[in-house]
Design a binder for this molecule. Sequence first.
Ligand code: S3P
Length: 175
Amino acid sequence: MGKHIILIGLMGAGKTTVGKMLAKSFECPFYDSDHEIEKKTGVSIPHIFEVEGEEGFRKRESQIIEELCLLPAPVILATGGGAVIKPENRVLMQQYGTVIYLRATVHDLWLRTRNDRNRPLLQQGNARQTLEKLYRQRSPMYEATAHHVVNTGSAPANHIVRTIEDIISAQTSSE
Ligand code: S3P
């Protein structure tokens, strides 16, 4: 495995779950950009949104993405759903990683996030409509940034992990 493996996709796509399993499989460190932000600031993501607004959070997110992309040894990186919004993040991720878009339907995303209280964007109004809107806005960015798209459907996480392992080994053998 040469570069980092970077997982992108909407909230609830399974980036963290799949990322942790990939890290075990490839025996390399796992990082979650949201978790790193929380570790660095000592406060939760909802708290950062409350105090600094989304723009404040996005600045911190870009900084962490840059730091993690620049790590010298390969890692598995699960990003927050909005990591593709800023063009500079997209460029960094594409340059330093094999970027994989975990694509799920709005319905599956909604099922997996509806009881969650840790995602500020889904706490106001109708969460399902918000997910639909984010899906429309961000799908083109996820697709343009990703080197590979993996449809998660209702497949269990270990199937998704196997698909990604196959992608990476095909890539490594063609290098
Ligand atoms: C966000 C996704 C969240 C987190 C923040 C904003 C987004 O990460 O970064 O709440 O804009 O889609 P997950 O995708 O890990 O839930």
